[in-house]
Design a protein around this ligand. Structure first.
Ligand code: NAD
Length: 484
């Protein structure tokens, strides 16, 4: 049991004003494994004011990019040897199997280093010579409120905190109430590495804490990853107050298997895309589109893949699929499966709780056939290990089905023909797309169109989104002051 009774606000750790707490529940044992403060409005106010004050005083933003990235690099150096320990926290909180957590967390560290490289190499000013002379300066956007989901907690904290601090922003970070524990070592490392007091603030809690943070007038930008419903609420608030926003929301991504696909090559990407992290990935392939001529073959392959996962205790090294994060999440997934059956689709793999696992929120990897794209299971994000297989007759129809969605986050094509791959990639309207794989590429922008969100995380763009542009109309001779 880990009890954290502190929050980081106004430059130091202190006890929260409110006595309310959030309990962290193990998804595999259903026991309480931790407790953190459920931060109320008074502490949110203190956190934002602390970030605001340090930002306005310039204690961090006035340092050079090199100095800032050196400090942040030291934090990553301190975190790297802790991967195994922090991985156990992640597994304990949300069930990512330890057979995968080492690799997942190492990619989080690599993402942090990537952002620091970008920050060092991206110009922060550019002289424009035309009819007049101007310099366009990139300045930190200000105080950022960062709000994370539970499905990749350590990696979310890196993706949210490092680019914002590298750009010189002040910030308040709020992890998800299901997975707050791993944020403490991350924040400890940042402070020990030399991030000055007040620049970084940590508050824990749920939706009310997040809502107070988003509404706070001292916040300049909200960086949010989570559900589309919450994103819509945050977007409304940010629109009214003109806060900048970056919203990474839900998805219902379609993987299109073309008639020439080599299933022996495609299957790891298709099955990994549908079931990795027990399907709790915004970019997962929750719809799999197969040509009618090969539908049964694709369905059989997906059933075999679904049944090959070892569902069980995430701390057992043999496990490849852990539990869902919470009882609420399993109820949602079970409700979605029941709705699919009610609407006429047929379960050909999984569909229920696995035998022999009495405790824990486990769910079998599930494959649906006999579905249409109009059914609820094809339209709403399930966020569980559920793949809906849909038949199509022509490639044009497949692209139309992929696009017939409120979401537009990710998608894929599986084919042996590179030209057809490029055509399909051009036709599907999403923020990212993969060919013959299930890929998350931190060096390229990631984000969505339509109800999948606004803005881009990762890539150069993930860092530069924490800058605001300022045009300074200068007089001839001033260029060297701006490095030109
Ligand atoms: P959620 O929206 O319920 O919660 C996400 C975070 O927002 C949590 O920290 C929560 O406490 C906070 N929050 C809740 N209500 C809030 C409010 N009104 N104002 C401010 N903050 C609030 O989402 P979840 O169920 O925790 O996460 C799962 C969802 O996240 C899925 O829909 C998934 O697709 C999405 N997701 C998207 C991406 C992406 O990059 N696009 C990545 C991971 C998860």
């Amino acid at each position: 049991m880990i009890t954290e009774d502190r929050i980081l606000v106004e430059g130091g750790w202190r006890a929260p004003a409110s006595r309310e707490t959030v309990q962290v529940i193990s998804p595999s044992t259903e026991g309480v494994i931790g407790q953190v403060p459920d931060v109320g409005p008074a502490d949110v106010d203190a956190a934002v004011k602390g970030a605001r004050r340090s930002f306005d005083e310039g204690v961090w933003r006035r340092r050079s990019v090199e100095e800032r990235t050196d400090v942040l690099g030291r934090a990553l150096d301190m975190l790297e040897p802790q991967i195994e320990e922090i991985g156990k926290l992640v597994t304990g909180q949300m069930g990512l199997p330890t057979s995968m957590s080492g690799q997942v967390l190492a990619s989080g560290i690599a993402t942090g280093r990537y952002f620091l490289d970008v920050a060092r190499n991206e110009p922060v000013s550019e002289v424009r010579r035309g009819q007049t002379l101007a310099v366009v300066v990139r300045e930190p956007v200000g105080v950022v409120a960062s709000i994370a989901p539970w499905n990749g907690p350590f990696n979310s904290s890196i993706t949210k905190i490092f680019p914002a601090l590298a750009a010189g922003c002040g910030m308040v970070y709020k992890p998800a109430p299901e997975t707050p524990l791993d944020s403490f070592p991350v924040v400890e490392a940042l402070l020990a590495a030399g991030v000055p007091a007040g620049v970084l603030n940590l508050v824990t809690g749920g939706g009310d804490t997040g809502r107070a943070l988003v509404a706070h007038p001292g916040v300049d930008k909200v960086s949010f990853t989570g559900s589309t419903a919450t994103g819509r609420e945050i977007g409304g608030e940010c629109g009214r107050s003109f806060k900048r926003m970056q919203l990474e929301l839900g998805g219902k991504s379609a993987a299109i298997v073309l008639d020439d696909a080599d299933l022996s090559i495609s299957l790891p990407g298709l099955a990994g895309g549908a079931f990795f992290n027990t399907g709790q990935v915004c970019a997962s392939y929750s719809r799999i589109l197969a040509p009618r001529s090969r539908f049964d073959e694709v369905a059989e392959a997906m059933v075999a893949a679904a049944e090959s996962f070892v569902v069980g205790d995430p701390f057992d090294p043999a496990t490849t699929l852990g539990p869902l994060v919470s009882q609420r999440q399993r109820e949602r997934v079970e409700h979605a499966i029941a709705t699919g059956i009610d609407e006429g689709a047929k379960v050909v793999a999984g569909g229920g709780r696995p035998d022999g696992l009495e405790k824990g929120w486990y769910m079998q990897p599930t494959v649906f056939v006999g579905a249409s794209n109009a059914m609820t299971i094809s339209r709403e994000e399930i966020f569980g290990p559920v793949a809906v297989l849909l038949p199509y007759d022509t490639v044009e129809e497949a692209v139309a089905i992929a696009n017939d969605s409120d979401y537009g986050l990710h998608g894929a094509v599986f084919t042996t023909d590179e030209e057809r791959a490029a055509q399909v990639a051009a036709g599907v309207r999403t923020g990212s797309f993969s060919v013959n794989s299930y890929t998350y590429n931190v060096e390229a922008p990631f984000g969505g169109v339509k109800a999948s969100g606004v803005g881009r995380d990762t890539g150069r763009e993930g860092l530069t989104s924490f800058y605001e542009l300022k045009t300074i109309n200068i007089t001839p001779g001033m260029e060297p002051l701006y490095g030109a």
